[in-house]
Structures are given as C-alpha cells and as structure tokens.
Design a protein around this ligand. Structure first.
Ligand code: GUN
Length: 291
C-alpha cells in the first residue's frame, strides 16, 4: 500500500487565498487593514528566515506587516515596553514574538505581556486556558494547521483514535486539546511512554512532534492510518555532496508511506500551513475587533 500525500503547500495556498479575499472585504467594508507585528530579538539565522517569510506572506495577502528587529542584548524592560506599545497600537491586530528568545529574557513573562486578543500564536496563558476549556481562543498555528489538514482529508474526526507523540506547549498539548475538541479519543505519548509502538499501532491518526529525525517507524503504524509529521530536522546528506544537508521529518517517510493511508511530506506538509494559519489568526483577531 502506498499512502496518499497530503499536500500542505497547496492547502496553505488555498488558505492564503481565502484570507486575502476576506482581507479585501474588510478593507472595503470597514476601511480597516489587518496588521501583524513580528518581533525578533537577536540574529539567529533560522529565525531570520522565518520572520522574512512571515513578513512577505503577510504583505501578499494584503495585510500590513510591521517588523521589529532588536539586538540580542535587548533588556527585558525594553522588550516589554515595545510590547506595551504594540498592545495599544490600533493598526496592529496581531503580535508575534519569535521564539526562542535569548537566554536572559523570561519567555513566559514576555509572552504573557501580549494582549491576549492580539496573541496570534495562542501562547498567552489566557488563550491556553480558553483552549483547554473549549472556549473561543487564539489557537497555536502549527496544531491548527494540522487539524485543518486532518478535517480536510478525513472529514468527521469524531470517535477516531488519535496519538500525539510529543508534549510541548507549542504543538503536542494544544494538538491534543484540538483533537479532543473534535471528539477524538486522544493519547499523548512522549519520551517516557512505555511500548510506544503498541500505543501508536492503535491510532487512526498519528501526529508526530518529537523533534527526532525519522523516529516513527513503519511497523508502528496501523494500516490505513493518517500520519501528520510536524518534525523539521536537518540531517547530513553526504549523497548530495560533502557538507550538504537535507530536511527530514519525525517520521520514517519511506517506510510509513507503505502502511499509512495518508501522510504529510517534509518539506511541503505541515510547515507551509503554520504561516497560513498565522495569517488566518491575524485576520480573526482583526475581525473580532472590527467585525
Ligand atoms: N519559533 C518557532 N516556531 C514558532 C512559532 O510558531 N511561533 C513563535 N513565536 N516562534 C516560533
């Protein structure tokens, strides 16, 4: 059996198209342009690539993009002052502080300083609590993108058995909450889970978010299961030449695709959906304020 490929790149393009249509409508009807502020502290090259890509796509869907690049030695007080300024700026509907922050900055203090209504990452403790209690909240972009792909591919998720591998605050925990919200029977597995292969084997839906290259094996997968690979791991690729690297997910793609019913590739699966959902969240924040 060879799995169907879930094309995150094409799906993300369709999400961006829908967002662009709504942005045009809100501009026309209300004279308001949604605005997203992205704050980057320091010069981590991977973060710089992400931030550039976010800014470009924000503009492409017709929104305003405000980039704030601060030096690596920025003080907590200065960063909090910028967040306060963005909280009260009427042109800014969404605020994202790129993580990780330099070590001297208290990440949860900074995140919780963002107005929860502008917290397009869904990381503020109020949004975490609202999601956990099934109330209207801002939902973290990566798990939201995974949920959208699952709903699109499977239709109704109710009653399905789901295993989320990984318990991070950014992906694993909110992913489990979202699947529970869609009435799945959810297990969160992690590095201490016993008999992981047996646990995964029960799942109709597997979401892998462990950060370990090619971790999920073909033999762990229930035939026909839907497998969402959140991992983005850079590994050496000597076959491409000396010093070359390539991206792989948390799932052993070649083996799992022979057993699964559907699978997301890496790259081109979950990754593009994350930024598309960030744009959708910014539009949502703007609509909740002006709609
Ligand atoms: N760094 C890596 N992924 C993310 C994300 O989704 N949001 C933020 N703020 N930082 C990140």
């Amino acid at each position: 059996m060879t799995a169907t490929l879930i094309d995150g790149k094409a799906f993300a393009a369709s999400v961006r198209e829908r967002v662009a249509t709504h942005v045009a409508r809100i501009k026309e009807a209300q004279g308001v342009t949604p605005g997203l502020a992205v704050v980057l502290v320091g010069d981590d090259p991977a973060s710089e690539v992400y931030v550039r890509s976010k800014g470009k796509q924000t503009v492409e869907v017709g929104m305003h993009s405000y980039e704030h690049k601060l030096p690596a030695d920025t003080s907590e007080a200065d960063l909090l002052a910028l967040i306060e300024q963005l909280n009260s700026d009427k042109a800014v509907h969404g605020i994202l502080v790129q993580l990780p922050l330099p070590k001297h900055l208290n990440e949860s203090l900074v995140i919780n300083a963002i107005d929860p209504a502008k917290d397009v990452d869904g990381f503020h403790i109020s949004n975490v609590g609202l999601l956990g209690t099934g109330q209207k909240s801002m939902v973290p972009c990566t798990p939201l993108g995974c949920l959208m792909m699952l709903r699109d591919h499977l239709g109704e998720l109710s009653g399905k058995t789901a295993v989320v591998i990984g318990r991070s605050n950014i992906v694993g925990k909110p992913m489990a909450q979202l699947l529970l919200g869609d009435s799945c029977t959810v297990t969160i597995a992690h590095s201490r889970t016993k008999d992981l292969a047996e646990v995964v084997k029960r799942a109709d839906i597997v979401v892998a978010a462990v950060g370990r290259p090619n971790f999920v094996q073909g033999g762990w997968i229930k035939p026909g299961a839907t497998v969402i690979d959140v991992g983005i791991n850079r590994i050496p690729a000597p076959e491409k030449g000396e010093g070359k690297t390539r991206l792989v997910g948390d799932v052993d793609f070649e083996a799992v695709k022979e057993v699964a019913g559907a699978i997301t590739p890496v790259p081109g699966g979950v990754g593009p959906m994350t930024i598309a959902c960030l744009l959708a969240n910014t539009l949502t924040a703007c609509c909740r304020k002006h709609g």
